[in-house]
Design a protein around this ligand. Structure first.
Ligand code: SF4
Ligand code: SF4
Length: 104
């Protein structure tokens, strides 16, 4: 298993945005809104947002900086293309990267 890169390609595949674990977090909602606003311009300039701006791609960046997450809900990572591409099922932790840190 290779390290998941924090890059635009993987960010676009990430489905953390629709995950029920972070759906009720006001902090996450705020960050999602800001990133959505800035992303088109950043893509145009071939730039990548700082990890702390992005409420997702936790398999690459590690634990969430926002609070208000609810790990009693179901992690969606096993439905993400990156999960299969990087064989994340063979690594640690088994999903819930927002709570348990980056894939390794
Ligand atoms: S495996 Fe999970 S954290 Fe990683 S990109 Fe996919 S949905 Fe996001
Ligand atoms: S890492 Fe898993 S639990 Fe956390 S937000 Fe992404 S899909 Fe949901």
């Amino acid at each position: 298993m290779s390290k998941v890169e924090f890059n635009m390609e993987n960010l676009q595949k990430c489905i953390c945005n629709t995950c029920p674990v972070q759906a009720e977090s006001e902090c996450v909602k705020e960050k999602q809104k800001k990133v959505q606003e800035k992303l088109p311009e950043m893509m145009e300039k071939d730039m990548m947002p700082e990890p702390e701006m992005v409420p997702g791609l936790y398999c690459a960046q590690g634990t969430a900086t926002c609070d208000g997450l609810d790990p009693d809900k179901m992690c969606q990572c096993n439905e993400c293309p990156t999960w299969k591409e990087y064989n994340l099922a063979d690594g640690e932790p088994m999903g819930y990267f927002c709570r348990d840190g980056e894939a390794r």
